[in-house]
Design a protein around this ligand. Structure first.
Ligand SMILES: *Cc1c(COP(=O)(O)O)cnc(C)c1O
Length: 348
């Protein structure tokens, strides 16, 4: 990527902004025995009476090391949803700028573009759920600030061709956000390893899926230190609470436990896919690099209701473009999967 200018992408108001400086920004504890009378906290210790570290240094240090980047390339948020919102607010001028999304994809990009009054230019995936690179590039203009590529993609499950993503990274002068919520289930490596090569690349990840921590809300953005510095300017000072930082730390220091669960989920996914492929009412099972599969059936509403009667809740994605009569199945435990398979066979 040549001739990339981050400065022209940042909103003027954000460029001029002086961020709020919190007590914990002004005096950073080095662990020595100080008396803290600077933040109007209640002094009686109960584990959470102090404000959390606004820069989440302990957690970031481990995540950055595991991904082979620096802490200055890392921003943490209250779920990826907050991270994505920060990206909109840093770079997109309401009523003027636009973004590109590629449906069928994750619904939050569209919701966030609506909230932030940013035009969402939708460029459909091809019928085999790949990126339509020529059409995407044709739809970009001078006010196109962001492009959201969800890979592996929700709800289709497949990861996009590396070559297509490279073409977009090389050609687009705005920022490309690759949402890797499902990367830990995929065989190919993360785009985090390409950050040094592409100043216009942002990669988002989350502890909500493979890490099994949807309840604590922790999202991550990896990008150049310049992009991270801009996002840091506008993030709420204490956006990741102490309980979340503590629980996340316990989990990320044990990557083998996470990998073992991912292995089990992938084994269950293979069993489920084999079964689905043999069912008469299943037309196609889209290849999955994630912990779910998108399945085209004869009649999605009918099959959805049959499953519901058997106390199994799946997601009907039929109202999404290119997803007529599709159901999205998340892969559960082996017990849940066995029950699902039994019911599916009864539905034939
Ligand atoms: C589930 C999911 C997320 C996770 O969002 P959090 O706010 O981190 O829970 C992000 N992107 C996609 C595509 C998802 O499916």
């Amino acid at each position: 990527m040549k001739n990339f200018d981050l400065n022209i992408l940042v909103r003027e108001t954000v460029k001029d902004l002086k961020p709020y400086s919190s007590a914990r920004d002004e005096y950073v504890s080095d662990g020595s025995d100080m008396i803290f009378l600077d933040a109007n906290e209640n002094p009686f210790e109960n584990g959470v009476n102090r404000y959390p570290d606004p820069q989440q240094r302990s957690l970031k240090a481990i995540l950055a090391k595991q991904k082979g980047v620096l802490e200055e390339n890392t921003l943490l948020g209250n779920g990826s949803d907050e991270v994505l919102d920060l990206i909109f607010r840093a770079f997109c001028e309401p009523g003027q700028d636009n973004i590109i999304t590629m449906p069928p994809t994750y619904g939050m990009y569209k919701v966030l573009s609506g909230i932030n009054a940013i035009e969402n230019r939708e460029v459909l995936l091809t019928p085999d759920y790949e990126l339509d690179v020529p059409s995407i590039l044709k739809n970009t203009g001078t006010r196109t600030k962001l492009m959201f590529i969800c890979s592996p993609n929700n709800p289709t499950g497949n990861a996009f061709s590396k070559q297509h993503i490279k073409e977009l990274l090389d050609a687009f002068k705005g920022l490309i956000v690759i949402d890797e919520a499902y990367i830990d289930f995929a065989e190919h490596e993360s785009w985090v390893t390409s950050l040094a090569q592409y100043p216009n690349l942002l990669v988002t990840q989350t502890l909500s899926k493979a890490y099994g921590m949807a309840g604590i809300r922790l999202g991550i953005c990896y990008a150049s230190k310049e992009v991270i510095a801009i996002l840091n300017k506008i993030k709420p000072p204490y956006n990741v609470n102490q309980l979340t930082q503590d629980r996340a730390l316990d989990r990320v220091v044990a990557p083998k436990l996470v990998a073992a669960e991912v292995d089990r989920i992938l084994t269950e996914r293979d069993t489920l896919v084999k079964t689905l492929n043999r069912l008469s009412f299943v037309e196609t099972v889209n290849p999955s690099d994630a912990n779910f599969v998108l399945v085209k059936v004869d009649n999605a509403d009918k099959r959805y209701n049959e499953l519901l009667k058997a106390q199994i809740v799946v997601r009907n994605r039929s109202n999404q473009p290119l997803c007529e009569n599709t159901l999205r199945f998340t892969v559960g435990t082996s017990e849940e999967n066995e029950k699902l398979i039994t019911i599916l066979k009864e539905m034939e």
